[in-house]
Design a protein around this ligand. Structure first.
Ligand SMILES: [Zn+2]
Length: 501
């Protein structure tokens, strides 16, 4: 069962499509009162005429968001065993952002940032149970008001109209009876919508796929899964019961590889269905004049920084995201195969999408631009990543899990999950700086390795990171009430089923 809503935003376009040309003909061929009437009509219709005239040339926006996918598990980001031919080919034809980051490693906050162009702390959407406030900017609402057709197809119930994602979308399609749905179903729904549309009207189409999210079920018919089938250990699907059992009896390299293989197979599965979506856009005549974005909402940890999964992991492995753009044909200038190594954030998506449509982003949007080259981008750019505050129950569960995988003599975990206070990171240039408001530690990760500075360590390299962080904190004070508060029973059940509580 899928839920669909067809609103009334699109009706204005039918007014804009009225036979304006005929009115102009009347004005040319008659005199007197007819001319007066024609002028009056022209005055009324001029804005619509201008909108109509420019609308046909404006690009469509296609936003594909892939959940839980680490950039470095995609072929185009250097994974030699990835099965991601579609995403890799897309990167070869577009602009790939090599140092792009999310701003919270959690599905709802990360997607809210993409659609609003605002930091999680600015919108207050810091947890999966939060709702985008109605007064926040939202690209779908802005584009719908500008005459775009708008449709969203999400694969997990936490990305819902109820959570504020539906604002501005004339069609909002999400799983109804299950917590999530496979990419095949989501893409099929999106393609059915596309087929019923007039390719001349620009659209905003958002398609979200969830498959690489834990548990990594594996997918038949893909090489990774078939290789994994030879495995004879306890990990059949990669769910937590199996993982904990395996860890208790001795987690080893074979189990670890098995887990990675299952995860990779789900990325490969998603790649296949993104390919079906791209093919559908081409056959619908939508591809050339579409500004197409592929982005992952966060990555996933498999032990890096003593993290597993993603919810509390502000580590480069988890917060670096895959981000690729194919500009629409008319604004494309030899973009194919470009790699931008400047720092970018998911926060830059919304303003870039709007500018691509000739719309100046609202002042409230905090993102900048997805630059077309490294040289264009400011070298001193820093983006902030924030660890979402977790409910006590989730923090305890993660602490137990960390103790199982990363035992320490004192029984403590290396990175206790955040339930209060703040834990932030700064991505700037080649570095990644971690500020732990609880422990006061700083960690600087560099590509190809990491080095840690102890509390109070004065390393000159850290100064620009600390400055960027302090400037940001001054502009973004921690809001009150970062505890999880009371959840309604439905939200609680949903979050529990996704493993977040
Ligand atoms: Zn996610």
């Amino acid at each position: 069962m899928m839920r669909r809503r067809n609103g009334t935003i699109g009706r204005n376009r039918r007014i804009a499509n009225s036979p304006i040309g005929r009115n102009r003909g009347i004005a040319r061929s008659t005199k007197g009162s007819t001319i007066t009437i024609a002028i009056a009509i022209a005055v009324v219709l001029l804005p619509l005429l201008l909108r109509c005239g420019s609308r046909d040339e404006r690009p469509s926006i296609v936003l594909v968001t892939l959940d839980t996918t680490r950039a470095d598990f995609l072929g185009c980001y250097g994974d030699s065993v990835a099965e991601t031919p579609v995403i890799d080919a897309f990167a070869r034809g577009g602009i790939r952002y090599d140092r792009a980051f999310c701003h919270a490693p959690l599905t709802v906050p990360s997607h809210a940032t993409m659609l609003t162009g605002r930091y999680p702390r600015s919108t207050g959407v810091m947890r999966n149970s939060d709702t985008i406030p109605a007064d926040e900017p939202h690209i779908a609402e802005i584009l719908a008001n500008a005459g775009y057709e708008t449709a969203a197809f999400t694969s997990v119930k936490i990305l819902s109209e109820r959570a504020g994602f539906g604002r501005g979308f004339t069609t909002f399609d999400m799983p109804e009876s299950t917590r999530s749905r496979p990419g095949e179903e989501t893409v099929a729904a999106a393609l059915a919508w596309l087929e019923a549309r007039d390719a001349q009207t620009p659209c905003l189409l958002w398609v979200h796929l969830f498959d690489p999210h834990f548990p990594y079920r594996g997918t038949e018919g893909l090489a990774h899964y078939e290789r994994a089938a030879y495995y004879d250990g306890p990990l059949r699907e990669g769910n937590w019961n199996e993982i904990e059992r395996a860890a208790e009896t001795g987690w080893n390299e074979t189990e670890h590889e098995r887990l990675l293989t299952l995860y990779r197979s789900m990325i490969a599965y998603s790649d296949r269905w993104i390919g079906a979506l791209f093919d559908g856009l081409r056959s619908a005549g939508r591809w050339e004049n579409a500004d197409v974005y592929f982005v992952t909402d966060h990555g996933e940890a498999f032990g890096e920084g003593t993290y597993l999964e993603h919810a509390n992991a502000i580590h480069p492995a988890v917060t670096r995201i895959g981000l690729i753009r194919k500009p629409a044909a008319q604004s494309r200038s030899e973009a194919g195969g470009t790699v931008v190594s400047a720092i970018q954030g998911a926060i830059d998506l919304a303003p870039t999408m709007l500018r691509g449509c000739g719309i100046e982003p609202p002042d409230a949007m905090e993102g900048r631009m997805l630059y077309s080259s490294t040289a264009e981008a400011p070298a001193d750019r820093a983006v902030i990543i924030e660890e979402p505050p977790l409910p006590e129950s989730a923090a305890l569960r993660i602490a137990d899990r960390n103790a199982l995988f990363f035992p320490r003599p004192d029984g403590a975990t290396a990175a206790p999950p955040r339930t209060s206070g703040e834990r932030l990171a700064v991505a700037r240039g080649e570095g990644f700086f971690l500020f732990d408001g609880v422990g006061g530690e700083a960690l600087l990760s560099m590509p190809g390795g990491a080095r840690r500075s102890g509390p109070g360590a004065a390393i000159g390299d850290l100064i620009p990171y600390r400055k960027a962080l302090l400037d940001w904190r001054k502009a973004h004070p921690l809001p009150d009430g970062t505890d999880t508060g009371d959840l309604d029973p439905e939200t609680r059940r949903l979050l529990e089923s996704l493993g977040y509580l």
